[in-house]
Write a protein that binds this ligand. Structure first.
Ligand code: ATP
Ligand code: MG
Length: 225
């Protein structure tokens, strides 16, 4: 497998089995280079979130392969998937996913606690991220007191706490106005460029296209029968 590709997806199929079966991914093939910034677009229900969840190891696909560097994560055990999500992948969601009864400081520490990082390392990393994202004054604040844009910056800090090399962002600006959305895109763009992170962004927002290297239409990935 080629070194320059960070993610290689081969013939990925996912079928949700409920009362009705929904084929969400029908044989997706996709290669993404290390450090690349991708925007995944497409109508509602075309499988963008499903694809992100498979790459994140949150959802085990029905069949197909997902190589992250040299390893096919569809073969991983539950413990290996937990470690993957903790150490390698940062997730950012539309609804921020912050814990309201913990402070900004504590929210950012959670992924580092899960990774058994010592207190000094955690404190240093929190301060570094707060400074980088210009939210230091909210260190001891609780998320409900922050604006949407501030919450999303905290959420990005949480996603970055363990220095992941892949960021998956599912509609990260869905709850933000244009100015705050632009701030988040600029922030992600800067981070990805400075730290050589690979970014996959799923969004309906055409503005996002200004910040990525490549746009991928979900319908172009889902062409197999
Ligand atoms: N947990 C689930 N159980 C059953 N079906 C699901 C589940 N999650 C998604 N689906 C179905 O799978 C298909 C793809 O959904 P998905 O959420 O991946 O689309 P999406 O492109 O992210 O849509 P949106 O733009 O609205 O976020 C849809 O038909 C959806 O109804
Ligand atoms: Mg979605």
């Amino acid at each position: 497998m080629s070194k320059k590709h960070k993610i290689i997806i081969e013939d990925l199929i996912h079928i949700y089995k409920g009362q009705v079966e929904t084929v969400a991914l029908r044989g997706v093939d996709l290669k993404i280079k290390a450090g690349e910034k991708i925007c995944l677009v497409g109508k509602s229900g075309t499988g963008k979130s499903t694809l992100l969840h498979c790459i994140a190891g949150l959802l085990i696909p029905s069949s197909g392969k997902i190589f992250l560097e040299d390893e096919d994560i569809t073969k991983f055990s539950i413990n290996e998937l937990v470690a993957l999500r903790r150490d390698k992948i940062g997730l950012v969601y539309q609804n921020f996913n912050l814990i309201d009864f913990l402070t900004v400081d504590e929210n950012i520490q959670i992924p580092m606690l899960a990774a058994n990082k010592d207190k000094d390392t955690r404190t240093k990393r929190v301060d570094e991220l707060l400074k980088e994202f210009d939210i230091g004054r909210y260190k001891k604040s609780y998320p409900p007191y922050l604006s949407g844009g501030e919450k999303q910056r905290v959420a990005v800090a949480v996603a970055l706490a363990n220095n992941p090399d892949i960021i998956l962002a599912d509609e990260p600006t869905g709850n933000l106005d244009l100015e705050n959305a632009t701030n988040i895109y600029e922030l992600l763009d800067e981070l990805v460029t400075n730290h050589k992170i690979t970014l996959i962004l799923a969004t309906h927002d055409a503005n996002a296209l200004n910040y990525v290297d490549r746009k991928i239409e979900m319908s172009d990935l889902n062409t197999k029968k």
